[in-house]
Design a protein around this ligand. Structure first.
Ligand code: PEP
Length: 250
């Protein structure tokens, strides 16, 4: 089963000005993409319209987060229909920074997934263990429990709109990348779980990304792993090396 390689850039709360945002757009607009890759640029809500209007159309645009309701008395929230209406097609859900800093739990995140898919968005759903679970050799149990909570939130006809990003928290923004063997092992574990609990057809088609200190010097080895179907990239998505990562599949 061939799965189209997928690279997501997650700008997080960088940039903080329109000027910086325009500089990032310019960097991407002049990039030479040689590989057959689906690329999605996820930006702060406030810059989504700007990026959507100026970024060349072979890059899709995504939000970094979304609320779990469609509309109503939810002061300050950004709902899936608002994002969809801008022509934005993707959203990240469950990034570890939202799980750990903002205490968003699996139940809340699963409800965001349901609502985003209902509005017609596609989702990059993040999972991944802390160093503590990895040291205790509990990483598979921890990640499996996260995915177990997601599964009932996705109806059978929506799995084509889901990408799962395995992002070990100890690797995010630390410069410590997972070994190719560990990234492959966790990708395989997630795929086997989906095969057992959803069905083998969905598992075979599902794209499973690795995220955590992906850089131009480690992306090729990671991209060669059979259960690494792409990357979610934080820090490097703000630099020219992002293009090397986009061009990394064999
Ligand atoms: C991320 O935040 O999703 C991420 C993978 O960050 P970094 O690439 O900087 O480790």
């Amino acid at each position: 089963m061939s799965r189209k390689f997928f690279v997501g850039g997650n700008w997080k709360a960088n940039p903080t000005t329109v000027k910086e945002t325009n500089e990032l757009i310019e960097l991407l607009n002049k990039a030479k993409i040689t590989a057959n890759v689906e690329t999605v640029i996820c930006t702060p809500f406030i810059y989504l319209s700007l990026v959507k209007s100026k970024l060349r159309s072979d890059f899709a645009v995504g939000a970094e987060n979304v609320f779990n309701k469609d509309k109503g008395a939810y002061t300050g929230e950004i709902t899936p229909p608002m994002i969809k209406d801008l022509g934005v097609t993707w959203t990240i859900i469950g990034h570890s920074e939202r799980r750990d800093i903002l205490k968003e739990d699996d139940t809340f995140l699963a409800s965001k997934a349901t609502e985003a898919l209902k509005a017609g968005l596609k989702i990059i759903y993040c999972c991944g263990e802390h160093l503590e679970e990895r040291k205790a050799k509990k990483e598979k149990d921890f990640v499996s429990a996260q995915i177990d909570k997601l599964i009932p939130a996705i109806s059978a006809d929506k799995w084509d709109s889901v990408v799962i990003a395995y992002e070990p928290i100890w690797a995010i923004g630390t410069g410590v990348v997972a070994s190719t063997a560990d990234a492959q092992e966790m990708g395989k574990t997630i795929r086997e779980l989906i095969a057992a609990k959803v069905n083998p057809g969905v598992a075979a088609k599902l794209r499973i990304l690795y995220g955590g200190s992906v850089k131009s010097d480690n992306c090729k080895d990671l991209a060669a792993q059979p259960d690494v179907d792409g990357f979610l990239v934080g820090g490097a998505s703000l630099t020219p090396s992002f293009i090397d990562i986009v061009n990394s599949p064999p």
